[in-house]
Each structure stands twice: as structure tokens, then as C-alpha cells.
Design a binder for this molecule. Sequence first.
Ligand code: SF4
Ligand code: SF4
Length: 412
Amino acid sequence: MISGANWQEGTLGDNLARAGVSRRSFMKFCGTMAAIFAAGTPNVGEAAAQSLTPSAEEIADKLSAVKKPKVAWLQLQECTGCMESVLRSGGTTAEDVVLNLVSMDYNELLMAPSGHAAEKALDDMNAEDHILVVNGSIPTGEHGAYCTIGGKSAEQVLLEAAEKATAILAVGACAVWGSVQAAKPNPTGAKGVDEIIKDKPVINVSGCPPIGEVITATLTYVLTYGKTPEVDAEGRPKFAYDQRIHDSCPRRAHYDAGQFVKTFDDEGARNGWCLYEVGCKGPSTFSPCPIVQWNLKSGWPIGAGHPCIGCTEKDFFDQFTPFYDKLPGIPGIGVESSVNKVGVGLLAATAAGTAVHGGLTLVKELKIRRSNGEEKVLAAFGGVEGRKPPTVDLPSNSPGTQSETASDSKDN
Ligand code: SF4
Ligand code: SF4
């Protein structure tokens, strides 16, 4: 169980009342959390799922009685997209929960103090029990020089903040696996949180960014149960990530019927057909995107006509690029039996196949571009291989023009 001995006086219920959060809004929030906790058990039937997961009332009762915890939310080598995902989720999550249920005493984006006052806030936080949330990777190259806060490397900041942390959440692909910064050749030596913190469990809330409600639900789970959630082999909470996008996708019937979008402007695209042939990684990606969706369930990538890029999976940038290339290794697509062959057991092989396939394709494309200066316009966009890229006329005295001219004359 997570110790909360030094957490602040007053329960979350007291704090919500003080903050003017109505019972109705609170119950709506708890209902959303209950739905997300149930989302990871889609295959046991609705009744069984309900008996395995708490109701909104149970969550409300437990949350109301918990002491308001302190939270340190670090933003290391990242783009702030994960924090935006929470704050712009459009629901009650940010204002009423993240900012009212917890005491976010340290966060570079939201806190009022700066400079020495900000450093002191973190030092004070580190001296007490707290929940630690981390966005961003940890660059370890050049002795951590690529990301420093208050003169300390990101690694040092993380290690100090983790020492008295009662629970650690790595939020976003960067914090979980290093994401784009760790993509080959990983120039900053970027690592995920659990490659640095070895003596405590780290809950990996993956995605680029993760769905705001899933981040909040993970925090809520820790508060509600006083323990970390059950996780999968990648350290992700099972309640959210124990399901494949492909299995809940509304375009799945078109996959089974062999109806595929070939280019983003074709008849299939207009009819909402399956995006597998334009690069959808849904068959090997685990996330509740089709169920929870984004911005108050108003949309999600596949719903908007874009293939899944597999951002909740390990090293997705290396594994799944070029993003618009077809996921290889799925035999006999278009028939129901083949879908079941693409199970969890095949995912590693699929990912490895994708990496090899993707790597070879990329090398081939780069060769084409370097040899004749032409850009391959992906077929998925209705383009033609070998088409010239659009040109931009530079002013005659621009630096690029001068250096090209100089090197041209030197070569000649
Ligand atoms: S996971 Fe994606 S959204 Fe989050 S910080 Fe990294 S790049 Fe930004
Ligand atoms: S391949 Fe992608 S678009 Fe097609 S059914 Fe699967 S998840 Fe949906």
C-alpha cells in the first residue's frame, strides 16, 4: 500500500467542497473513471466487467475520504503535449480533479514561482511523501547537459524527486521509452523513467500523448485504491491498455470485408473503410482510443480518417515508420480468421518485421532522394512515385543560396 502519512490535512471531499465542485460534477467525473476502469475488461461481458470494476459511487466514496496528496509533475525532455492533453481534455478532469483533488505543488508549466522559489518548492516537495508524475525523456548523453533544471541534470532531478515518491507515473511515450528523442540514432542518449528508476515500480502511461482521461484515471486509481494498478508486460495499466485498437475499431467490419482505403482521397476514404493499407498500426497497438476517445469523446485519429501510428507501443518511432507504409506480416487480410492470427503472440514478430521492412523502405527512399533530388510522394496521399517536390524560390542573397553556389563552384 502507498503510504500517505505526510499528505496534507483535509480529505479530497473537503477540498472539493471548498473549491466549489458540485456533487453532480464530481459524480460525472467518477462515472467517467469507472467507465475507463471497465474499458480494459472488454472480453468478459458487461455484467462481469461491472463486477470486476468499481462503480462511480464506490470511487466517489473512496476518493472523498482520501487525504489530499502532494504531486510533483516534472517536465523533462518533452514538448508539453502530454500536459496539454490533460488540460485541454475538455472535461472536468483538469480543473476539478488534477488541480483540485491533488496539490500540484511543483510543475514547471503551471506553477507561479520561478527561479530560486521554484527550486525551493521542489526541494520542499522532495522532503515529503508525494506522488511523482514525469513527462519527457531523460537525456543521459554528455553528462546530462541536454536538459538541466536549476543547474541539475534531468537525471539528477528525477532521482531526487523519486526518492520519497510513493507512486511514480511515467506519462507519455517520452517518459516511458524516450519516444522520438530516443529514436535512432538517439543523439541525446534519451531514456525512459524506468531505465533510471530501478528500485520502485513505475506505471507507464504510454501514448504520444496519452488520452487526458487515461492519465487522470491512473492518478485516480492510485488515490482510490492506495496502490498501483495491475500492469501489462510493458508496465502499462491493464485497465486502459489491455485491449487492441483493432478489436474495438468501428472500421473493423470493412477490414473483415476486405474494403480498404488505398489513398486518402478515394471512394473508400469517403465511405469510412479500413485504413490498414494506408499504414494503420491498429492491429498491433494496445490502447483504449476507440472507446475513450479524445476531447469529451468527440473524436480520435481513426475516426477522423487517419491511420493509427501505434504511439502507445514501445519505440514506435523506430518500429512503425514510415507511418504510411502497410504493417507487414498479416497474412490473408480481409477474412475474419486472419485477424485472430494477429494476436499478442505475433506482435513481437510483427514489430520486428515492421522494423526491418520499414528500415529497408526508408533506406531505399533515402537513396532515391539523394541520388536524383526527387521526393517520393506517398501513394497514400494520392501521389505519384518520383514526383518532384514543391520548390521554394530563395532570395538571391539568402545564406542557403550563397553556400550552395560556393560549394557548386568548388566541386566544379
Ligand atoms: S509523449 Fe508526445 S506529446 Fe508527450 S511530451 Fe513526448 S512528444 Fe510530447
Ligand atoms: S486496420 Fe486500423 S482502421 Fe482497419 S480495422 Fe484495424 S484498427 Fe481499424
